[in-house]
Design a protein around this ligand. Structure first.
Ligand SMILES: [Zn+2]
Length: 628
């Protein structure tokens, strides 16, 4: 938006306030049952050619004005990410007559309709036109599989808490497809599956994966609370999973129970899509999670540890995020704003446990775990000039609402850094608890006390910053407020947990296991100061790093290095050749239609982060070791 338009927008906004019309006419949610009855939502998901989900919904109601909402604030994304722009064909009928509807001009997710006298039910029809390719948004339907999220395919009445509205859902799938979800199945009728009525907020929390290539694996045989891995894939061959990998996933379940001593679900389903067509995802729910990765996730497992913490991360959210939820993420319905002040716990500590549990379960080797921690530490050692210069970790918790996508100068924007920064803070907290208690207590004790109560219960149990401090003090008394606020609101170092656990961050010219280049990515962040794709496309440039200073910017393309055609290997050889010399690394780059040669002063050679032991006692090895 240019400044001129901004001024005009502000003036019209002020005029609207003066005119008294700056508020959407949407009833506030009340904690009352939605008395008219149960929503009946049928989704026809058979049009896989056009990627269209067709919705037919019956909404019991009473005569008079009614506002229907399309979910806007989506838990898990923490922001106003409901894809309202993909809703089309909205038609509302009562007693067979089409009713006019009006979208609220100040809340485009709200539809007003007058229910005529004598009408007790609305028949609502619309389509969710899901993206056809990744440039339009998240691809959720392909010829082989689909990811159905109820917030995209339902409207619900305004004025009530989402957990006080009942909904009965059914889905018609393409012939021969199988499906998985946390919802309980009531009946099959042809290709239509009907699910047990459930509170609307639980329905939205219970997505469905379905596909023509499907496999269901029991991860906790004979347990009273079953845990399943439900896989859909582009091709049957991708469904194969190595026995030791399967064992690690079964271990993951047991290690979680060791940590928390309680579970907050009656059953849990990991929904996993192995697909190069569907967009990737990791989204937590109370009794399930949506996980979307490349088709060869299992078959190329040896490519390195990155993303192998996906399931351990999402599973952890059942405790941290869904059951125990930051109070300002615990909203009455899906159109009340979410606030992210505690995302450094919700996501930051989950990032931490995603790493630790990947190691404890055997999804990562100890070396891989250390390499991943080294990469995160390097980010806050050299890779985040933005956090030193202008942003705080606390400020980054606004990013789901700012909808920063990252990518462009991520090191300066520090986009979504509450994940890795939160993780570094909790690593440090673990070391501090050990120090304060003379190794009698550790972060496991905090977690059992904070997340592990009320076994079997899964009503949301909200928490505040003060609750965190109180529990930390119960584990080991300390000035935790100052300790945490210094890290969250300051610009100081976040890597103290590495040294406190008896390790040191160093850089060597050998890539660690965390720097796998099998997808053609060349990551020379800590030498040249850039991240490049297979064909030399620049995807990120370290702010104020050597390449930045030479004029390189994201979205340029490197065509040649020192006069040779670009390849990741050629670039690394050039960086190595420039080590200790005064000769620059010369990059021929394309910037729109211009060709330029940039001289990058880069004289330390290749540098990749690793952890090495110090003389101090090693408690990191204990942290990542399986609990017995
Ligand atoms: Zn998460």
């Amino acid at each position: 938006m240019t400044r001129r338009y901004l001024v005009a927008a502000v003036l019209s906004f002020l005029a609207a306030i003066v005119g008294g019309s700056a508020r959407a006419e949407v009833p506030a949610p009340r904690a009352e049952d939605y008395a008219p009855g149960t929503l009946k939502i049928n989704v026809d998901a058979t049009d896989i050619a056009h990627r269209i989900f067709s919705v037919h919904e019956r909404i019991p109601t009473a005569p008079g004005p009614l506002t229907l909402l399309y979910p806007q604030w989506i838990p898990g994304t923490h922001g106003p990410s409901g894809p309202i722009d993909r809703l089309a064909g909205l038609t509302i009928r009562a007693n067979g007559q089409v009713l006019p509807w009006r979208r609220d001009p100040l809340d485009v997710f709200a539809f007003h309709v007058d229910v005529p006298p004598g009408a007790h039910e609305l028949e609502v029809v619309f389509q969710f036109l899901s993206p056809l390719d990744k440039s339009q948004g998240r691809v959720v339907m392909t010829p082989e599989l689909l990811d159905l999220q109820w917030n995209t395919v339902s409207l619900y009445p305004a004025g009530y808490y989402a957990n006080r509205i009942r909904a009965e859902a059914s889905v018609t799938y393409p012939a021969g497809w199988q499906s998985a979800t946390a919802l309980e199945v009531v009946s099959h009728n042809g290709n239509t599956v009907t699910y047990q009525p459930i509170a609307y907020d639980d329905l939205v929390d219970s997505p469905i994966y379905a596909g023509s290539h499907f496999r269901r694996i029991d991860l906790d045989p004979r347990a009273p609370t079953p845990v399943h891995l439900d896989i859909v894939a582009d091709e049957p061959k991708y469904l194969e999973i190595a026995p030791q990998l399967l064992k690690a996933y079964q271990q993951l379940v047991q290690q979680m129970y060791q940590l928390y001593g309680a579970r907050h679900y009656d059953h849990y389903d990991f929904l996993l899509a192995l697909s190069n067509k569907m967009s990737s995802i990791g989204l937590e729910h109370h009794r399930s999670s949506e996980n979307g990765v490349d088709a060869d996730y299992f078959s190329k497992w040896s490519d390195g540890p990155a993303r192998h913490d996906l399931l351990s991360h999402e599973f952890n959210h059942s405790w941290d995020g869904k059951y125990r939820r930051a109070a300002d993420q615990n909203t009455p319905n899906f159109n009340a704003p979410l606030q992210g002040s505690l995302l450094w716990v919700y996501e930051g500590q989950t990032q931490f446990w995603g790493y630790v549990m990947a190691a404890r379960s055997g999804l990562w080797s100890p070396e891989e775990a250390r390499d991943m921690f080294a990469s995160a530490a390097a980010m806050f050692d050299e890779g985040r000039p933005g956090l030193a210069a202008w942003r705080t970790v606390q400020d980054t918790t606004n990013d789901p609402v700012l909808a920063r996508r990252g990518g462009v100068f991520r090191s300066y924007q520090a986009s979504f850094d509450y994940y890795p920064a939160g993780m570094m803070i909790w690593l440090d907290v673990d070391a501090k608890l050990r120090e304060l208690s003379r190794n009698q207590r550790r972060i496991d004790d905090f977690c059992k006390a904070f997340f592990g109560m009320q076994d079997g219960k899964y009503d949301v149990n909200p928490y505040t910053f003060e609750d965190i401090v109180r529990t930390l003090n119960a584990v080991a008394p300390y000035d935790w407020v100052t300790y945490l606020r210094t890290r969250l609101d300051g610009h100081g170092s976040l890597t103290g947990g590495i040294a406190a656990h008896g390790w040191q961050l160093v850089y060597t010219d050998k890539p660690s296991t965390a720097f796998n280049s099998s997808k053609g990515v060349t990551d020379v962040t800590y030498s040249l100061g850039a991240l490049l794709g297979k064909d030399g496309e620049v995807t990120d440039v370290l702010w104020d790093g050597p390449a930045f200073k030479a004029g390189l910017a994201p979205d340029m393309k490197v065509l040649a290095v020192n006069g040779r055609e670009f390849s990741g290997e050629a670039l690394k050889q050039a960086i190595t050749a420039a080590k200790g010399t005064s000769a620059p690394v010369e990059l021929l780059v394309k910037d729109f239609d211009e060709y330029r040669t940039l001289s990058v002063a880069c004289h330390e050679g290749l540098r990749y982060p690793h952890l090495v032991r110090t003389a101090a006692p090693d408690s990191l090895s204990d942290l990542i070791a399986a609990r017995k």
